[in-house]
Design a binder for this molecule. Structure first.
Ligand SMILES: Cc1cc2nc3c(=O)[nH]c(=O)nc-3n(C[C@H](O)[C@H](O)[C@H](O)COP(=O)(O)OP(=O)(O)OC[C@H]3O[C@@H](n4cnc5c(N)ncnc54)[C@H](O)[C@@H]3O)c2cc1C
Length: 807
């Protein structure tokens, strides 16, 4: 049994100790620099409001697990969770519409939620002013976490199982040997350890610095005030009986605490703080995570609060704080083992709302090797290098604080810092009027204004106001033009690595499901599985030489995963930044490419899923005969220095073939018509290859990670499947993450949805129960407050026989 040290006895550290000891890992020591059970971190003063609804299914499930666990935790008969329900109120039509969207997000994650009338909202929360309200989202299972109490209950339970909690003990350094942690040095001596888990909240960056780990965490001060007892609340006797409230339109939230109200506000300027500057326990006025209240930043908060709760007018504020907690560059927590040091784990930037769910996943990960829920969004190894710079972390953390309650469209890109990364094609894309969104920091064109003229040839159905944000009918015209002719797509943002060295083949065979023992020049689409046959990633392995592989992966998580497991004789090198990629796709792509090389590009010489090193004009390229849009075509890679020359060479030659530049919008629509799954959106580690429709990518015979679990699966008795839904009315647009219903009950959720411009249908891939997955099954998709009929259709809808790709 490993010796495990947890740094920090906040809600995350205590939950983790509880989850580990529950799984039989008793050799756990929790080291806390403050006093138990009120150590002075963010948990010690947070009001504990829990709103489970989240745009991320994983985060929503973490929240549901937290509610379930805390509700069941008892202290002297009292629950650690007050299920008083929540109301998110709308005072504008836009917010009201968004509440319907949020109700859909909740339902698709299994959380009961519905939009109620102003009268119903006032009945639940009589302090609310009725005439300002247009409606509210009501989630009956939301409420208040009694976090400090829960810490004590979970801590004492862990101790009763054998764990140790040591208060007044500060971790000063982390010992390492042979590339892994060996223990921690503290104010009370050295503690040996096989695993150290940093649950240090706002001090996370400080602990990270002890091992040379930059953490994308920014501590920020957040203002919270409590009123004096209010006569209007005198009838309430309990700790809290009224639902917790959010008025996102004014950046406000509220909870009742006995006869007083807590008012929290995100409307003030972002107050960033460096982890190193947080005061030690003995020097802090109240506690280290509470800074002195700055009244000048509170100006305007109560006036806006009074607009919806008039009885707050002129109420005395008796308690106020600038409380510290963590924001990250992408709003997700940091979870998992850091790839830079074996045995060093992190669970930080976690709200109370998600703490028990995060801790459960962490314990499963440590004990069983993988968490049950998909955690790729939260993986500590996900960050791009630029996301780990202090300026970026501070700027993004501050911006995310500002936007915490904003009404954000799913395609809304970060607005600053932009542009951050550009590919070598950027100047040409600007000349063509590219509309850019951001992907892994890169500017990536979504469509090109230069293609406006195509609208005379191809029509595209109109969209409602919400779905037409970050959208243009040009997207449809580009997709149609590519299917008939040829288009140039910038695919640089897709991550690429080289896996080389003696043993590279055996290494990749061991970790991937592909049959890689093919001649150099072959391409294999395959999967990375975990031990339970959950899909960790889908990757494209291109064999350039006997022990030389060029691999298209999904993210830094894949790269770190392969790096961590690579033996000494195998080198895993990220070549994304030093290379560029263009997709030349469409029926005329071969003629165009052939016009630039004397090498034979015929189907016989360079067939589907084959690659070739050649020159296009003067440019050395790797030409890969595959296309993610389901059309004859090539992915073309070269080094970054040749980017402009490659673009110009293809553009010049393309004039004879009607070449257009096409954006990511067309790319996505085309890939969905062809049924190509996108990792992280359509499937993840919660799904196995049979369910996801990817068993064709798994080789027979085993010998790869997850093979045993995969062979024990019965493809004929699956509980759910990813299916292609075709909406009955092609003008019904959905965007992804909406709930799928059958006879009025929520049975699944949408993953990706785009209009298929070639086939003239609105498509939505969705997870549904196996018994509803047969072609012809009738379902509905809830978009805002409308239910759109849809039918399970053929998968894929476009070119199921692969004739276009293989011709
Ligand atoms: C004003 C305010 C309101 C909030 N409201 C809510 C809310 O309503 N709902 C919600 O979900 N979240 C809320 N939050 C956020 C929430 O409080 C935090 O995200 C959460 O408590 C973090 O828990 P934690 O266990 O990660 O960190 P913490 O509770 O900060 O625990 C970290 C612990 O690590 C210890 N530690 C650090 N360094 C060392 C070291 N070197 N050696 C030993 N020990 C160390 C610290 O002393 C601390 O006790 C709020 C935060 C604030 C500030």
């Amino acid at each position: 049994m490993p010796k495990i040290i947890i740094i920090g006895a906040g809600i995350v550290g205590c939950s983790l100790a509880d989850e580990l000891t529950e799984r039989g890992y008793y050799d756990v020591v929790v080291i806390e620099k403050g006093k138990l059970w009120n150590p002075g971190g963010s948990t010690s003063h947070a009001p504990g409001v829990v709103f489970q609804t989240n745009g991320s299914r994983t985060m929503a499930q973490f929240a549901s697990q937290t509610v379930e666990k805390l509700y069941g935790l008892r202290h002297g008969g009292d629950s650690c969770f007050l299920k008083v329900g929540s109301l998110e109120i709308a005072t504008t039509p836009e917010r009201l519409a968004d509440l319907h969207r949020r109700a859909g997000l909740a339902l698709s994650s299994g959380i009961s939620a519905h939009v109620i009338s102003p009268a119903e909202a006032v009945k639940l929360h009589p302090l609310l002013v009725r005439d300002k309200l247009l409606g509210a989202l009501y989630v009956p299972d939301d409420g208040i976490a009694r976090a400090k109490l829960a810490d004590q209950v979970m801590g004492e339970r862990s101790i009763s199982r054998g764990a140790r909690f040591i208060g007044d003990c500060e971790v000063l350094a982390i010992d390492q040997g042979d590339g892994r942690v060996t223990g921690v040095q503290t104010t009370q001596g050295v503690f040996p350890a096989d695993i150290v888990v940093s649950c240090a909240g706002i001090w996370g960056p400080k602990i990270g610095a002890m091992v040379g780990m930059p953490k994308a965490i920014q501590p920020l001060a957040h203002q919270l005030c409590y009123t004096a007892p209010m006569p209007e609340l005198s009838g309430y006797k309990g700790e809290s009986e009224l639902p917790v409230l959010r008025h996102q339109g004014s950046d406000l939230y509220f909870r009742q605490r006995e006869q007083s109200m807590a008012v929290g506000w995100y409307g003030h300027r972002p107050l960033t703080v460096r982890a190193e500057d947080i005061l030690p326990c003995d020097a802090a006025e109240v506690m280290p995570s509470q800074m002195t209240f700055t009244p000048e930043d509170w100006k305007g908060a109560m006036e806006q609060a009074v607009e919806v709760i008039p009885s707050l007018k002129d109420k005395e504020i008796v308690e106020s704080m600038n409380g510290l907690f963590s924001f990250t560059v992408d709003n997700f927590p940091l979870m998992g083992e850091w790839s830079g040091l074996k045995g060093f784990w992190v669970a930080e930037a976690v709200w109370i709302t998600h703490a028990c769910g995060v801790a459960r996943a962490m314990a499963e990960w440590i004990v069983e090797g993988q968490p049950k829920l998909a955690v790729h969004e939260c993986d500590v190894n996900r960050f791009e290098t630029h996301q780990l710079g202090s300026q970026h972390i501070e700027e993004r953390g501050a911006q995310n604080y500002i936007e915490v309650y904003d009404l954000l469209h799913p395609l809304q890109p970060m607005e600053s810092p932009r542009p951050l990364r550009t590919t070598g094609f950027y100047p040409r894309q600007q000349e063509l009027g590219g509309f850019f969104l951001e992907a892994t920091g890169y500017e990536r064109p979504q469509w090109y204004k230069a293609n406006t003229g195509l609208l005379a040839r191809y029509t595209c159905p109109p969209r409602d106001e919400w779905s037409s944000k970050f959208w243009s009918p040009i997207i449809g015209a580009e997709a149609c033009a590519v299917r008939e002719g040829v288009g140039l797509f910038d695919i640089t943002t897709l991550k690429r690595i080289e896996v080389t060295g003696r043993g590279a083949l055996e290494f990749l065979e061991r970790l991937t499901t592909g049959n890689l023992r093919k001649k150099p020049g072959s391409i294999t689409y395959c999967l990375l599985l975990n031990e339970c046959a959950g899909i960790l990633s889908d990757i494209t392995v291109m064999r350039r030489g006997e022990q030389d592989f060029f691999v298209g992966v999904n993210s830094n998580i894949d790269i770190n995963y392969l790096r961590l497991l690579a033996p000494d004789n195998v080198h895993v090198r990220d070549i994304t930044g030093g290379t560029v990629g263009l997709g030349l796709f469409g029926p005329k792509s071969r003629e165009l490419a052939q016009s630039l090389t004397r090498d034979d590009l015929s189907n016989e010489a360079l067939g589907y899923f084959r690659l070739k090193s050649t020159y296009l004009g003067h440019v050395p390229v790797t030409l890969c005969r595959l296309s993610y849009v389901g059309e004859l075509g090539y992915e073309i890679y070269t080094t970054a220095d040749f980017a402009l020359k490659l673009w110009d060479t293809l553009w010049q030659a393309g004039k004879n073939y009607g070449l257009i530049a096409a954006g990511r919008g067309a790319f996505n629509s085309m890939r969905l018509e062809k049924g190509y799954r996108s990792y992280g959106t359509d499937m993840n580690s919660e799904h196995n290859p049979h369910e996801a429709g990817l068993s064709f990518a798994v080789r027979k015979g085993g010998g790869y990670r997850g093979a045993e679990a995969f062979s024990s699966l019965d493809p004929n008795s699956l509980s759910r499947r990813l299916v292609c839904l075709v909406l009955e009315n092609p003008q019904h647009v959905v965007l992804g993450k909406e709930p799928v219903l059958h006879q009025g009950n929520v049975v699944g959720y949408v993953t990706s949805s785009y209009f298929g411009h070639t086939i003239g249908k609105q498509l939505a891939y969705a997870w549904v129960p196996a018994e509803l997955s047969t072609q012809g099954s009738s379902l509905t998709i809830r978009y805002f407050n409308c239910d759109y009929p849809a039918t399970v259709g053929q998968d894929p809808q476009y070119d199921p026989k692969m004739t276009r790709l293989k011709s």
